[in-house]
Design a protein around this ligand. Structure first.
Ligand code: CP
Length: 313
């Protein structure tokens, strides 16, 4: 059974990028592939892009789509084995995952990090609970530590927007008033490492180091101006501290991305983005911003992943 739960599930980036290009030219080319099949999308957290783009991808492939805001509409789930369920949790993941598997052929799950329990977040209890007990393929629509659909869309976008063999790509932390998860940054780092042609580095204030197992061998530059010099792509994202898990250590506005800092680079962000906190209006409103291209590529990233799942590739 083929899952898409991490960017490690991409067997060949170039094949996946090529397929995305083919699908963009002719979105309904494989509309018979999903005929008679259903996809269930379970959302434990909010979404705009993931929810709509995954539905659209399923539609292109001829699939029927069922959506549930599980966080607000489903029974509270128990994930521990052997628990006496006499408190607030009404249903065990074992039953829930097997029940959903009877209604669907593919299951998408969105379940963010708690940012309060690192051990549980790193165990991916929700995503892995469904993966363990469901009898159908699972699609990660952003979990505690990865957002592989976003990373694939980002890779497709960079591939479309550069002719350089080894473009300089910088992942820059930016300020944000709330504590945000590491999933987008983690998956972007992983996909950049998988594609070693990129001249890739990360910049953030001291204390914002991501999981060192993920960033191993990636240059980290603490001076943002130095890091951004001569960049071709600047991917901007906030994340909370990993070492002081889930804490906001800085909201220093000097880390906001401005048109001046961007230079000639193209700007990337997964969205949603806080204007004039993470990035100034002049960047988002200007022609160096790729955020709409990234959002559009979410459909084709999801369609490639679903194609691979349906084909069992
Ligand atoms: N980038 C992204 O995943 O957007 P949503 O949270 O709106 O789905």
């Amino acid at each position: 059974m083929k899952h898409y739960v991490t960017v490690n599930d991409i067997d060949s980036s170039s094949d996946w990028i090529d397929l995305a290009g083919e699908l963009k030219k002719d979105p309904f080319k494989y509309k018979e592939l999903g005929r008679g099949k259903s996809i269930g999308l379970l959302f434990f957290n909010n979404s705009l892009r993931t929810r709509l783009s995954t539905q659209k991808a399923a539609f292109h492939l001829g699939m029927h789509c069922m959506i549930m805001n599980f966080g607000s509409e489903g029974w509270a789930l128990e994930f521990e084995d052997g628990t006496i369920m006499d408190q607030g949790k009404a249903e065990h993941i074992r039953e829930a995952a097997q029940v959903v598997s009877q209604y669907c052929d593919v299951l998408g799950v969105r379940a963010f990090a708690s940012l309060s329990n690192k051990e549980q977040d790193e165990a991916e209890i929700v995503l892995n609970g469904f993966k363990k007990y469901a009898t159908i393929p699972v699609l990660n629509m952003e979990s505690a530590i990865e957002h592989p659909l976003q990373a694939l869309a980002d890779l497709i976008t960079i591939a479309e927007k550069t002719e350089k063999k080894s473009p300089k790509v910088v992942l820059s932390w930016a300020p944000h008033p709330k504590a945000l998860p590491h999933a987008v940054a983690n998956s972007f780092v992983k996909i950049m490492k998988q594609n070693s042609q990129f001249n890739f580095s990360i910049t953030h204030p001291q204390g914002y180091e991501l999981n060192p197992d993920i960033t191993k061998d990636v240059p980290i530059v603490y001076d943002q101006e130095e890091a951004l010099a001569e960049a071709d792509f600047v991917y901007v994202k906030n994340w909370s501290s990993y070492s002081s898990y889930g804490k906001v250590l800085s909201t220093d506005p000097h880390w906001m991305i401005t048109k001046e800092k961007l230079g000639q680079a193209q700007f990337m962000h997964c969205l949603p983005v806080r204007r004039n906190v993470v990035v100034e209006d002049a960047v988002l409103n200007g022609d160096q911003s790729l955020v709409m291209e990234q959002a559009n590529n979410r459909t084709f990233a999801a369609q490639v992943a679903l194609y691979k799942i349906l084909k069992g590739l």
